[in-house]
Design a protein around this ligand. Structure first.
Ligand code: SF4
Length: 318
């Protein structure tokens, strides 16, 4: 673009809060500290959090990502991802006398504990979540195979036939759409009035806050950009929430390089947010790229700051 060509104006609305949550921050720190303490390589079972940039950076520091424990040599430390693991995984690590560090988010562990309590009380458990997501695999893997039934939709909730309708409980994945989950919960409560339940659901504070923030921005934006990886559940949900809140042109992008400026044709306002596993540096990258093509005015939407933080495992702090 020549100096004589004025860049078109564009307002950039930044959603707040966005990006890293306390569970992601803790999980990344666990890998970094483990590499500092034990040296490289440190093995990580599954992507520590679902973000390509985070994974690539940790690989450069000395992390080796694998899908199964059997791929790890027994004499190197292994970290379990923030999504949680079936009980069989730490059990196998113990059998093999491996040093393992559990980066499961404490809010996921809380759901594991809840499910265990319902099981001990003799209840049949419904898990609201997405089939195949590692968090769902981990939560279902806390209990025997037939103890938990996965429900993904309202139709699934309507079709669920428990052994005893008076002894049903539900728990949820932490990164679901708040609104979709409310509809599923409503169907369960209507069918099983005695259902044992969390206060509302198990969707975590970070997922809830990011969805609220994106709704507030989407209502005023012509285009909405969500930084995050395609396998990040909470990031994908942000795109869906934004579309429903009125931002028809909502896109999930891995980073600034994935931004197609043609999406901004005719746009006066672009909203930007990031999933709970996406680093803030990626948001800055998008702002910089927008700034090259447009005369931007960046406006950060005011919201209360998140103050949640989680302790690291003792093995890394002692
Ligand atoms: Fe924990 Fe929620 Fe972050 Fe997942 S999104 S790591 S449950 S705080």
């Amino acid at each position: 673009m020549s100096a004589a060509t004025p860049r078109p104006p564009l307002t950039v609305l930044l959603a707040t809060p966005r990006g890293f949550c306390a569970g992601v921050d803790r999980a990344i720190q666990i890998v970094e500290r483990a590499i500092e303490k034990y040296g490289a390589p440190v093995y990580v079972r599954h992507e520590i959090v679902h973000n390509r940039h985070v994974v690539e950076r940790l690989k450069r520091l000395g992390a080796v990502f694998v899908e199964e424990l059997e791929e790890c040599p027994p004499d190197r430390p292994v970290v379990f991802s923030a999504h949680g693991v079936p009980k069989a995984v730490p059990a196998e690590a113990k059998t093999r006398k491996m040093l393992y560090l559990d980066a499961t988010c404490p809010l996921v562990s809380k759901v594991h504990v809840e499910a265990g309590r319902h099981f001990d009380a003799g209840r049949e458990i419904v898990l609201i979540g997405h089939a195949g997501h590692p968090e769902v695999v981990g939560t279902m893997g806390q209990l025997p195979e037939d103890a938990v039934t996965l429900v993904e939709t309202v139709a699934d909730a309507e079709a669920f036939t428990p052994r005893d309708p008076a002894r049903v409980a539900f728990v949820t994945q932490t990164t679901l759409s708040v609104d979709d989950t409310a509809a599923i919960v409503e169907a369960l409560r209507r069918r099983f009035p005695a259902v044992a339940a969390p206060h509302k659901d198990d969707i975590c504070y970070a997922t809830t806050n990011r969805q609220e923030a994106v709704k507030a921005v989407a209502a005023h934006a012509d285009v909405l950009l969500v930084l995050g990886s395609a396998n990040s559940s909470n990031s994908v949900r942000l795109v869906e929430v934004a579309r429903r809140a009125g931002a028809a042109r909502a896109h999930l992008i891995e980073d600034a390089a994935a931004l197609d400026l043609a999406w901004l044709d005719g746009a006066a306002v672009v909203g930007v947010t990031a999933g709970a596993s996406a680093p803030e540096v990626l948001v800055q990258g998008v702002i910089d790229r927008l700034g090259e093509a447009f005369d931007i005015d960046v406006d950060e939407v005011d919201a209360p700051r998140e103050t949640v933080s989680f302790k690291l495992p003792r093995a890394l702090t002692g």
